[in-house]
Design a protein around this ligand. Structure first.
Ligand code: GSH
Length: 213
């Protein structure tokens, strides 16, 4: 992990990780940032130098231009919204702010965390024979969580009638994490339309190569 000290944002990042939603928001805002690749398979997220920046040893983490680093995807998104007012994050006095907060926190706290169980069952249970059951349980909970989100989508094709915002970027990322899009979109037409609309955005086109897509 290279150390950089510049006056722009630096996103601690790995392909197909939770950093994708933040990366997309930075692209949509159009602000200057660099990506610092963290090789989690090599344990770089648990290195002393990374832990000194983010004590939870997780990505995404965002180094702010003034030097401090913050973690937690939802906190990073809200911080960027405060610093770059615009359509992507409804302002505190915006009528859409409560729904935005409610679903942003839900996505970060529920499906994102269920994906950890889905993709990394060994973190939860030592017995490899139990992993398939844990993955099946995670899949069933993910589908319920995506159904709750489907029921909450009030715009078309985006989450809120106001148009594209950071909720859409976050939800796009969650759908990208899922391994069976055909199965996921069955009975969830709003989710499918939202995913397609976000996929067509220039921001997604710019980041896809970095994710091997
Ligand atoms: N609550 C955190 C979760 C972040 C998270 O779980 N990130 C994963 C990568 S997608 C990670 O760093 N895992 C390593 C670990 O938890 O030790 C957030 O929303 O940012």
């Amino acid at each position: 992990m290279a150390q950089h000290m510049t006056g722009r944002y630096a996103l601690y990042w790995e392909a197909m990780s939770g950093a994708m939603a933040v990366e997309l928001l930075l692209e949509e805002i159009g602000t200057d940032y660099e990506r610092i690749a963290i090789d989690m398979a090599a344990g770089e997220h648990k290195s002393e130098s990374f832990l000194s920046r983010n004590p939870t040893g997780q990505i995404p983490a965002l180094r702010l231009p003034e030097g401090a680093t913050i973690g937690e995807s939802a906190a990073i998104i809200l911080t960027l919204g405060e610093r770059h007012p615009g359509a992507m994050v409804p302002a505190p006095d915006d009528v859409d702010r409560p729904a935005f907060l409610r679903w942003l926190i839900y996505m970060a706290a529920s499906p994102y965390m269920t994906f950890v169980q889905f993709n990394h069952p060994y973190r939860f249970l030592d017995d490899p024979q139990a992993h398939d059951a844990l993955i099946a349980n995670a899949r069933s909970r993910l589908l319920k969580q995506f159904s709750a989100i489907e029921g909450a989508i009030s715009g078309a094709p985006f989450f809120l009638p106001r148009g594209a915002n950071a909720l859409d970027l976050y939800l796009y990322m969650l759908v990208e994490f899922y391994d069976d899009h055909a199965g996921l979109f069955e009975g969830r037409p709003k989710l499918e339309a939202l995913h397609g609309a976000v996929a067509a955005r220039d921001s997604v086109g710019r980041i896809r190569p970095g994710h091997g897509q």
